[in-house]
Design a protein around this ligand. Structure first.
Ligand SMILES: Cc1cc2nc3c(=O)[nH]c(=O)nc-3n(C[C@H](O)[C@H](O)[C@H](O)COP(=O)(O)O)c2cc1C
Length: 306
C-alpha cells in the first residue's frame, strides 16, 4: 500500500498524525507511558487545570452506562503552577504536541493561566468553558454566547503567540451559536464535544449513583451526537475543529474527520484499552490507504450529505 501523509495542521500547530488524547482521560501521560511511547500520538490534551489545586468532587464519581460512563470527577488537579513545574518538563521528553486544558471561575482566572502557560511554552491552550460562572448565577460559560466570547477574548489577550482552542459544551440547544461567538472573539480553533449531562438512579436505595446526583456522559454512546455537532459547527465556522466524543476505532475517527474535524481525540475508550489511540491511528491510516488518499487530511469535511 502507498504511504499516506498522516500529518495535520491545527491552527498552525503541525502534528505528525491527527490522533490526540482527550483532557481528563489521560492524566499527564505518566501512567499511559508504561503502555506505549507517547511520541506515537499527535497531541496530548492534558488534564484540566485550575489556578489553584483542586481535590475534585466526593465519590462515587464514575458510573458505567450502556456503551459509556457518567463522571463527576470535578476537575481534580494539582493546579497550573505544579503542572508547569513537574508535568510539562516530563511531557516535553516526548515528540508530541502538548495542549494545556484550563478552567476558571472568572475571565481573569483564565487570563492568568493563559499567561503562565504561554510563558511556559505549551503548544496550544484548550479553554474549557463548561464550568459555572458564579456571577451569572452558576450558568456554564459555554452555554451563553456572550459569556463564551468574553472568556475567549481574555484568553487570547493573555496567550501571546500560543493558539487558543475553545472547548464547546454539547449541553446547549444550538452549538453553532457558541461556535460562532468564540470564533468572532478570536478563537484559533474549537474542540468538541465535552460530556453530555446525564443521571443514573439506584432503584432500591432511590439514590442517584453519583454523589453529585448528575454527571457527564462520554464513550461510544455519544459518538453520533458528537459527529452531528462537529458537522453542524464545521458548516458555520472557518477555524479548525478537534473532534471528540466516543471515538474507539479508526472508522469512528474517519467519521469525525469526514464531518469536518481536522484532528480527533480519544477519551473514555482509553479506560477499556490503553492502546486505543495507537489503534485508532493505524485504523485511520488503513482507511486512507484503501480510499487511495495521499494525505489523511483529505478526509476533513469530505462527507457527502444527501
Ligand atoms: C473522567 C473524565 C474526566 C474529564 N475531564 C475533563 C477535563 O478536565 N477538561 C475537559 O475539558 N474535558 C474533560 N473531560 C471530557 C473529555 O475530554 C471529552 O471531551 C469527553 O469525554 C468526550 O470524549 P470521549 O467520549 O472520547 O471520552 C473528561 C472526561 C472524562 C470521562
Amino acid at each position: 500500500m502507498p504511504e499516506v501523509d498522516m500529518s495535520v495542521n491545527l491552527a498552525g500547530m503541525v502534528m505528525k498524525n491527527p490522533v490526540c488524547v482527550a483532557s481528563g482521560t489521560f492524566g499527564f501521560g505518566r501512567e499511559y507511558s508504561e503502555f506505549f511511547d507517547l511520541s506515537e500520538l499527535g497531541g496530548i490534551c492534558a488534564k484540566g487545570l485550575t489556578l489553584h489545586p483542586r481535590e475534585g468532587n466526593p465519590g462515587p464519581r464514575i458510573a458505567e452506562t450502556p456503551m459509556g460512563i457518567l463522571n463527576s470527577v470535578g476537575l481534580q488537579n494539582p493546579g497550573v503552577d505544579a503542572f508547569i513545574e513537574h508535568e510539562l518538563p516530563y511531557l516535553r521528553q516526548f515528540d508530541v504536541k502538548v495542549i494545556a486544558n484550563i478552567s476558571g471561575n472568572t475571565p481573569e482566572e483564565y487570563g492568568v493561566m493563559c499567561e503562565k502557560l504561554s510563558d511556559a511554552g505549551v503548544d496550544m491552550i484548550e479553554v474549557n468553558i463548561s464550568c459555572p460562572n458564579v456571577k451569572a448565577g452558576g450558568l456554564a460559560y459555554g452555554t451563553r454566547p456572550e459569556l463564551a466570547a468574553e472568556v475567549t477574548q481574555v484568553a487570547k489577550q493573555h496567550a501571546g503567540s500560543v493558539p487558543v482552542m475553545v472547548k464547546l459544551s454539547p449541553n446547549v440547544t444550538d452549538i453553532t451559536q457558541i461556535a460562532r461567538a468564540v470564533e468572532e472573539a478570536g478563537a484559533d480553533a474549537v474542540s468538541l464535544i465535552n460530556t453530555i449531562r446525564g443521571m443514573r438512579i439506584d432503584v432500591n436505595t432511590r439514590r442517584p449513583i453519583l454523589k453529585m446526583n448528575t454527571g457527564g456522559l462520554s464513550g461510544p454512546a455519544v459518538l453520533p451526537v458528537a459527529v452531528r455537532m462537529v458537522w453542524e459547527v464545521a458548516q458555520c465556522v472557518k477555524v479548525p475543529i478537534l473532534g471528540m466524543g466516543g471515538i474507539a476505532k479508526g472508522e469512528d475517527a474517519a467519521q469525525m474527520m469526514l464531518a469536518g474535524a481536522a484532528a480527533v481525540a480519544v477519551g473514555t475508550a482509553l479506560f477499556a484499552d490503553p492502546f486505543t489511540p495507537v489503534k485508532v491511528r493505524e485504523g485511520l491510516c488503513e482507511i486512507a490507504q484503501k480510499q487511495g488518499l495521499a494525505a489523511v487530511r483529505e478526509l476533513t469535511g469530505g462527507v457527502r450529505p444527501w
